[in-house]
Design a protein around this ligand. Structure first.
Ligand SMILES: C[S@@+](CC[C@H](N)C(=O)[O-])C[C@H]1O[C@@H](n2cnc3c(N)ncnc32)[C@H](O)[C@@H]1O
Length: 319
């Protein structure tokens, strides 16, 4: 079933449907850039899995006993089509995908504050390949919508979920900027790894606030700089080599943004320095990673000389 029909009446269904259709028409063109990811996705769609387990660190889709050695080769080749793999780990019919990020570490940090998901409508904004969406399924949400504008991540999730067949998970090629089409829609919204990429972070948080239903909960995770004053770093060009990074706040600055956007019951429940244990080069992601972003002579600084990143986790509510 199309997720749009399952949204509350407050959703701007007509506009979402129009956009959804426009995006689908756009990516179904026979262009090389689209085919590069569509083809592996279509190959994976031929392998619905019997055994699926999203309860542990590695999301397991399929058991090796379910396929022939020939089919396994086909699956591995399709999975390689999605390199670089950023979020995971996954195990696909016995193929272990060691992703750049050890995403289970982030999931474990937020678990103590995970809101009730059972029967809820949930959004994961910037959901990447859906690792966290899969991790939500044991908590039995009614509907999880991942907004993700990257075609690579979109098709990767589509391929994974064609095998995993979790009917309550959906992805659309939309971004955080489309949240105004979803007023009062979500019981729980995850905004992780996004806010420092926004040039107007408080406006984004206002849009998030509007998209939450009354009593809804936001789980916000962000890169941050260490320190107590409510300030934000604004890098000249890149931060830790990442372009498109605007404001990197301290934890208290981020809490002030949330207050000004209308949130209540704001609690920063975890803060930790980033490290190459959590983000590193692997066989499935062979480009530069965390250790290349940090000053080799001073791990407290990025290569640009800015304070090295922390990560903060905040829970906040809409009354
Ligand atoms: C740093 S990653 C974070 C991924 C994941 N949420 C996590 O916490 O591990 C940022 C993600 O946001 C996606 N993204 C890029 N532009 C976006 C936009 N305008 N709205 C929502 N997501 C966006 C990227 O494709 C990428 O998957």
């Amino acid at each position: 079933m199309n997720y749009i029909e399952q949204l509350p009446d407050s959703a701007r269904r007509d506009q979402i449907s129009t956009l959804h259709k426009e995006k689908q028409d756009w990516i179904t063109q026979q262009k090389k850039g689209f085919l590069r990811y569509r083809t592996p996705c279509e190959i994976l769609q031929a392998f619905p899995a019997e055994h699926v387990d999203c309860t542990d660190d590695t999301v397991v889709i399929g058991d090796p006993a379910e396929i022939t050695p020939q089919e396994q080769k086909q699956i591995i080749s399709a999975l390689e089509g999605f390199i670089p793999w950023r979020k995971g780990p996954f195990s696909i019919f016995g193929t272990e995908i060691d992703t750049e990020w050890q995403s289970q570490r982030k999931w474990k940090r937020l678990l103590p504050k995970l809101p009730e998901l059972k029967g809820k409508i949930v959004a994961d904004i910037g959901c990447s390949n859906g690792y966290y969406m899969f991790r939500m399924t044991p908590y039995r949400p009614d509907l999880v919508i991942g907004l993700e504008p990257s075609i690579q991540h979109y098709y990767c999730f589509k391929g994974l979920n064609a095998m995993a067949r979790q009917d309550n998970l959906h992805i659309d090629l939309l971004g955080v900027e489309h949240l105004p089409l979803f007023p009062e829609c979500f019981d729980v919204l995850f905004l992780m790894g996004i806010i420092y990429h926004r040039s107007s972070p408080v406006d984004t948080l206002r849009d998030v606030f509007t998209s939450l239903a009354g009593g809804g909960t936001l789980i916000l995770e962000s890169q941050a700089i260490p320190g107590d004053p409510p300030t934000a770093l604004f890098p000249e060009k890149t931060y830790a080599k990442v372009p498109g990074t605007y404001f990197v706040p301290t934890g208290s600055c981020l809490q002030n943004w949330l207050r000004r956007a209308g949130f209540s019951d704001i609690e920063l429940f975890c803060q930790h320095p980033m490290s190459s244990i959590e983000q590193r080069r692997t066989d499935w992601m062979q480009f530069e990673s965390y250790s290349d972003f940090i000053d080799p002579d001073n791990p407290q600084k990025t290569v640009e000389g800015y304070p090295a990143p922390h990560r903060v986790f905040i829970i906040a509510r809409k009354k």
